[in-house]
Design a protein around this ligand. Structure first.
Ligand code: NAD
Length: 513
């Protein structure tokens, strides 16, 4: 028996509640309870190789858990399991699927402390934000529990007569879901919940940097009553070895990916060969526009939320602060003061607002963007480099005056760095905001309601937050244009990504045929 099988013997497939009556979680016990293998066909099983990988705490550099690494054979076994139950799952009454999701919502909510602790341990975000993600991630389960029973079709007589048509929604079929490390729970539930609502089976591949939240979530879904084979989870050190054979397999019907634009493009090219349905939630380069008539206090509150949520590691993160020249000094001073009031540290510690970046590579990338900005005219008003500690900490930083040729204007920062630029009129700022290949989130601060519609018309972004610094919600159609992706997650639209419309034409009995 392998060391993993030995370890697993003591585990049930169910996630246990470990918080005591004060809500405190015994982290060692929680980590020890997690499975270390792969979840295929309703069972945790060993990977087919002896390869393993470590999951690290980015705040301390310590290894949290060692997991087994899946290879191509394991990925195909996971697809086999998904294919086997697809037909039965599609025929499961909508009400049953809905109730599984609703139970999962209750269970995840009950286990807020366990989920939040795991996320802080493996991803680094402060505990308060991790609790926020549990709420946000769980809302997808509740939202799609409600949407499951509201999948409508149309009925119509064609204009010429002769045929009556009915449309209906059918599940796309087995899906490959690939998720990133920055929102370990919400990015998974945003895909899994609509797939369950639509009646699709799945192979989920979480990010190898943060798989623990997903593993705990799988245990929760089992307890909520999800039948074996509907959700299968494989994770490993070579993500392409998992995704490539599945994308090439004609039994797979869809790939839904959240991650970088570079990887999204690779997957889209692979998917082209099988004309596979794709949903792509990719990178962003959000403008945060502040007009001269904005309420500056509100704009600063929104700026801090849009920039610093998730340590700046969000696809919606404000990347370019475009501020009207007449208020740029005041806005920048207040932004610097707000950034300097933050506490950097281990997200498990009380009072910490800014955790570590996910890994050393990420910290080096943020530092390189700051250096390049300095070479291109930026002044560092606060921060500017690594912060003290064993983890991958970076100081909250404000830059001003970088040129629009600098890398920091063009690339996703993914860290706690705000870069301020100036503009003088509306047309100029719309052009500046759109001068990027990305088109996910954008933010506009102004007290002029007419401006809202002009900006919404002019901005080439899937999301516009008007006097709102937080735009994510289970009820909204989240997604981007241009190189930020294809498709929408959440909202009434989210389920469309997992359904095919079938049209049935029936001969009209009164027609002369
Ligand atoms: P990433 O592209 O490196 O990884 C995302 C996932 O893809 C991970 O599970 C990874 O293992 C897998 N992967 C990596 N290379 C692969 C390959 N060659 N073939 C198959 N799978 C592969 O992205 P990341 O660093 O984990 O996440 C950060 C990125 O995600 C940022 O660009 C961010 O903007 C984006 N993101 C977008 C959204 C959105 O909704 N648009 C949400 C969150 C994050």
């Amino acid at each position: 028996m392998s060391q993993f099988a030995e370890h697993r013997r003591n585990q049930s497939t169910k996630g246990e509640i470990m918080a005591d009556s004060n809500g405190a979680v015994d982290t060692a016990q929680l980590l020890d309870s997690l499975p270390t293998g792969l979840f295929i066909g309703g069972q945790w099983r060993d990977a087919s190789t002896n390869e393993t990988f470590d999951v690290e705490n980015p705040a301390t550099g310590e290894v949290l858990v060692t997991l087994q690494s899946a290879n191509s054979d394991d990925a195909v076994a996971a697809l086999d399991a998904a294919v086997e139950v697809q037909k039965d799952w599609a025929r499961t009454p909508a009400r049953e699927r809905s109730e599984i999701l609703r139970r999962a919502y209750d269970l995840v909510t009950e286990r807020t402390e366990e989920f939040a602790t795991l996320m802080t341990l493996e991803m680094g975000k402060p505990l308060a934000e991790a609790r926020g993600e549990v709420k946000y991630g769980a809302e997808y389960l509740r939202w799609f529990a409600e949407e499951t029973v509201r999948q409508y079709g149309r009925s119509q007589e064609v204009p010429e007569g002769g045929i009556r048509m009915v449309t209906r929604r059918k599940p796309v079929g087995p899906c490959l879901l690939i998720t990133p490390w920055n929102f370990p729970l919400a990015m998974a539930t945003r895909k899994i919940a609509p797939a369950i609502a639509a009646g699709c089976t799945m192979v989920l591949k979480p990010a190898e940097l943060t798989p623990l939240t997903t593993y705990y979530f799988v245990q929760t879904m089992v307890e909520a009553g999800l039948p074996a084979g509907v959700l299968n989870v494989v994770c490993g050190t070579d993500p392409a070895a998992i995704s490539e054979p599945l994308i090439a397999d004609p039994r797979l019907r869809k790939v839904s990916f959240t991650g970088s634009t570079a990887v999204g493009k690779i997957l889209m090219k692979q998917a082209a060969d099988s004309v596979l349905r794709t949903s792509m939630e990719l990178g962003g380069n959000a403008p945060f526009i502040v007009f001269e008539d904005a309420d500056i206090e509100q704009a600063i509150t929104g700026a801090m939320a849009a920039k610093m949520r998730n340590i700046g590691e969000a696809c919606t993160a404000a990347n370019r602060f475009l501020v009207h020249e007449s208020i740029a000094d005041e806005f920048t001073e207040k932004l610097v003061a707000a950034m300097e009031a933050l506490t950097v540290g281990n997200g498990l510690d009380e009072g910490v607002n800014v955790g570590p970046l996910i890994e050393e590579k990420a910290r080096k990338n943020v530092a390189a963007l700051v250096e390049d900005a300095k070479q291109n005219g930026a002044e560092v008003l606060t921060g500017g480099g690594a912060a003290e500690g064993d983890g991958y900490f970076f100081q909250p930083t404000v830059l001003r005056g970088a040129s629009t040729d600098s890398r920091i204007f063009k690339e996703e920062i993914f860290g706690p760095v705000a870069s301020v630029y100036e503009f003088s009129d509306e047309d100029e700022v719309i052009e500046l905001a759109n001068s990027t290949e990305y088109g996910l989130a954008s933010y506009v601060y102004s007290e002029d309601p007419d401006r809202m519609w002009r900006l919404a018309d002019g901005l080439e972004f899937g999301i516009v937050g008007f006097n709102a610094g937080v735009v994510s919600n289970a009820a909204v159609p989240f997604g981007g244009v241009k190189h930020s992706g294809l498709g929408r997650e959440g909202g009434a639209e989210g389920i469309d990504e997992y359904t095919e419309v079938q049209y049935i034409g029936v001969r009209d009995p009164y027609a002369n045929q």
